[in-house]
Design a protein around this ligand. Structure first.
Ligand code: HMG
Ligand code: MG
Length: 302
């Protein structure tokens, strides 16, 4: 067991979280959320996606949001780019990192990005080449690494296959995503091992949705493998429009509390992070999904 002493968290709330909201969230609220996250010490924020506004209207204000952020030195702002059209639009917003997103499940690939896994790699290749040529870091996300809403259980071999395809086109990092939150610790470890058969420990991250309440356990299970990078979402926001019923990512607050409690540094101020979660939850008119935020807010009130 080799626990890391420091963990990098990418808050994906503004993207993964707000892409799934039924109500419109104005750009200035999204910008306000990004500002609060960086003020809380987040150094990696997934801001938005340059996808088709017909598919995901919630992200249609991508350029406006990127333009409105008062960027802080040392903070990396990432965006999703499914194809060259998305990359070309994203480039005008000067992201620090782009994310190409594929899947370990054929059916999910079709539903989410309207093409097969093989076709998705063909579409990503010129995006990756262009981004790397421009000095922009390229991350890959692999959806449905343990389970798929359409195909059921997914074998680890399918994760290593997609990781290999991504590696071959120059993707620098892969995120192992449990899109629908069905994974349990051993299964998620096997999916992570599959990614680690292709990518180095410093080039992988976990992205765990908490639909079945397993995300914190899955985080710990992969921390014990030495994984030190995770996508998390403030207030537990999130979901995917093409994975019905899937709830948000593990709450950033809960992961920060667990890590700090284990003596693992994150650089994040939990109190200010909770404030960021309150800001967006108040706007959305509902309670935070973070157990830690709920507990600490009750304590504050008392
Ligand atoms: P398509 O319809 O096959 O694309 O969609 P197309 O190339 O045939 O083009 C059709 C139209 O879309 C054209 O416009 C294009 O210009 C336009 P028209 O001529 O009809 O007016 N178009 C675009 N517009 C803006 N930006 C673009 C773009 N590309 C084409 N980039 C496409 C293919 C990939 C675009 C579509 O399927 C799509 O946008 N999908 C996005 C789905 C999505 O955002 N899902 C959520 C994010 S992934 C996720 O949440 C999982 C993750 O969190 C990890 C996990 O938890 O698993 C990352
Ligand atoms: Mg996700």
């Amino acid at each position: 067991m080799t626990l890391p002493s420091r963990v990098k968290l990418v808050d994906v709330g503004p993207r993964d979280g707000l892409q799934n909201e039924k109500q419109a969230v104005p750009a200035d609220i999204k910008i306000g959320l990004v500002h609060r996250l960086q003020d809380a010490g987040l150094r990696h924020i997934e801001v938005t996606s340059f996808v088709s506004p017909k598919w995901v209207p919630q992200m249609g204000d991508n350029a406006e949001v990127m333009a409105g952020i008062q960027r802080q030195v040392g903070v990396q702002y990432s965006v999703l780019t499914p194809n060259l059209k998305g990359y070309e639009s994203a480039l005008l917003s000067q992201p620090d990192e782009i994310v190409v997103f594929g899947a370990a499940s054929e059916a999910f690939s079709q539903r989410n990005i309207n093409c097969s896994i093989a076709e998705s790699i063909e579409r990503f290749a010129p995006v990756v080449a262009a981004a790397r040529g421009a000095g922009i870091h390229v991350r890959g996300a692999i959806s449905c690494t343990v389970g798929c809403p359409y195909e059921g259980e997914i074998a680890p071999e399918r994760v290593s296959l997609v990781a290999r395809l991504m590696k071959d086109i120059g993707v620098q990092h892969v995120g192992v995503a449990d899109t629908i939150g069905v994974g349990t610790p051993r299964k998620v470890q096997r999916a992570m091992e599959a990614a680690l058969s292709v990518y180095a420990l410093d080039e992988v991250s976990g992205h765990f949705h908490d639909t079945y309440g397993q995300a914190l356990a899955n985080t710990l299970a992969t921390l014990e493998m030495g994984v030190w990078q995770y996508d998390t979402s403030v207030a537990g926001l999130g979901g995917c429009p093409y994975a019905k019923g899937a709830t948000g990512n593990v709450a950033t607050e809960d992961v920060v509390y667990m890590l700090h409690g284990m003596g693992i540094a994150t650089g994040i101020d939990l109190d200010r992070l909770i404030d960021a979660g309150v800001y967006i939850s108040d706007f959305l008119g509902r309670k935070t999904q973070s157990r830690v935020a709920t507990a600490l807010l009750n304590k504050r009130a008392g």
